[in-house]
Design a protein around this ligand. Structure first.
Ligand code: HAM
Length: 412
């Protein structure tokens, strides 16, 4: 029979990597939980229109990267490429504006983007995300950035460069986009074909170009940060002052372009030196117009998402496996029934216990116990023997209770 393989762009997560992932999600839950963020889940697929409206028709995500399919009634559904639109849809749908504001939530789960697979870039990947909906308070922008930095630090992802900018309001942005488009039109012949083709749709992408001619033009292009309204400028200055005040290093970078259209005011991205071309560990920003765009009342929001695969690629932390307390071995003639009951007793006593289940000889069982790091081995034969794997000392137990007592003593 032909061997089957996982589809292109997907990843099997084997032990011990799967454990490391759970550890990272647990770290995020703990850090975010302390700041009042509650877990939340939304569906893995949504109506396609949610992303078309939320993420934006002109984005690469919506134009090229969505896994879109029809249900049996011909409705268009899409595997979620990101989580913010779903959270905002749910916020509106469940009247969450009636809850105390801001509503602070976090999530972790699979996301899907049809991009060319490469190191750190997959069709199915895992994001941890956090969102605070219902307040434009700049402490939220700063708090979320700090929380993400703390999660990276605790997950051992190593040094990351924090780029920060502000995009202002949609009006400022519209005026600015006109100005930028005029500027680019005047120097069209120096731009890459790609940038020229998308000039009217998304002139901001020109800041992202690899093309040398385009880069030279962009070095002289007008910057959005210089066009911010006084309110937006003050908001941005406040966010920066808070970050500076707690000693977070950041680079103000007005060329920062995020691949989603919903951003207003603050945007940021963390890049790791340990990753290759796909260096973005995580990023986010404020989306003060998104809830309204999706049919709700005008409601500000801010958040971020981080890629778990990339965090683990950058991390130097091994998975914390935790020690096996007891391995239950079966001597010649030892009944597996007795071993089975013994291992249940050990687990009831909150010990991590494993049973011989592969028919190995005694030598093989002890070698295996050693490999899994068992501290104690119980040998079940006619009676029960207790072996201290540190000293090698082996003693006979008078009963099951006696054996349990000896185990607890050794583990104490
Ligand atoms: P994003 O920057 O598109 O933001 O994605 C966040 C992170 O997801 C990236 O920095 C990267 O680590 C990871 N990621 C994205 N695409 C892939 C991929 N194809 N393979 C592996 N990892 C990937 C968002 O998704 C926004 N929803 C963040 C946000 C929340 N903004 C406000 N609130």
């Amino acid at each position: 029979m032909r061997k089957l393989q996982a589809p292109r762009g997907t990843l099997d997560v084997l032990p011990p990597d799967a454990r490391r992932r759970l550890d990272v999600v647990a770290i995020a839950g703990e850090v975010l939980g302390r700041a009042g963020y509650e877990p939340m889940e939304t569906p893995v697929f949504e109506d396609t229109e949610l992303f078309a409206r939320g993420v934006g028709e002109s984005t690469d995500i919506v134009q090229k990267e969505m896994f879109t399919f029809e249900d049996k009634a011909g409705r268009s559904l899409t595997l979620r490429p990101e989580g913010t639109a779903g959270v905002c849809r749910a916020y509106i749908e469940h009247g969450m504006h009636k809850l105390p504001q801001p509503v602070k939530v976090w999530y972790a789960g699979p996301f899907f983007r049809h991009e060319a697979p490469q190191a750190g870039r997959f069709w199915q990947f895992t994001q941890i995300g956090a969102e605070a909906v219902g307040s434009d308070d700049p402490t939220l922008d700063a708090e979320l950035i700090l929380l993400l930095a703390e999660i990276f630090e605790r997950a051992g992802t190593g040094p990351a460069r924090l780029r920060l900018s502000s995009l202002g309001t949609p009006e400022t942005r519209a005026d600015y986009l006109e100005e930028l488009t005029r500027f680019l039109r005047a120097r069209e012949s120096e731009l890459s074909e790609d940038v020229r083709a998308r000039l009217d749709q998304n002139p901001l992408r020109a800041f992202d170009a690899d093309h040398a001619g385009t880069q030279a033009v962009m070095a002289e292009a007008p910057r959005l940060v210089d066009r911010l309204t006084p309110d937006d400028r003050e908001h941005f200055e406040t966010v920066k002052a808070f970050l500076g005040g707690v000693g977070v290093d950041f680079e103000e970078d007005s060329t920062l372009v995020r691949g989603l259209d919903y951003y207003t005011r603050t945007v940021f991205e963390f890049e790791s030196e340990r990753l290759g071309a796909q260096a973005a560990l995580g990023g986010g920003g404020r989306y003060d117009g998104l809830v309204e765009e999706l049919g709700g009342q005008p409601t500000p929001g801010v958040g971020w998402a981080a890629g778990v695969e990339r965090m683990l690629l950058a991390s130097d932390r091994p998975g914390d496996e935790g020690p096996v307390d007891v391995f239950v071995a079966l001597a010649d003639g030892g009944a597996s029934r007795n071993g089975f009951f013994m291992v249940q007793r050990l687990r009831q006593a909150a010990l991590r216990a494993e049973l011989e289940q592969a028919g190995r000889g005694m030598k093989g069982q002890l070698r295996h116990a050693n490999r899994i790091g068992a501290r104690v081995v119980l040998i079940i034969g006619d009676g029960i023997e207790v072996k201290d794997m540190e000293t090698g000392e082996q003693r006979v137990a008078a009963s099951v209770e006696d054996a349990l007592g000896m185990v607890e003593e050794l583990l104490a």
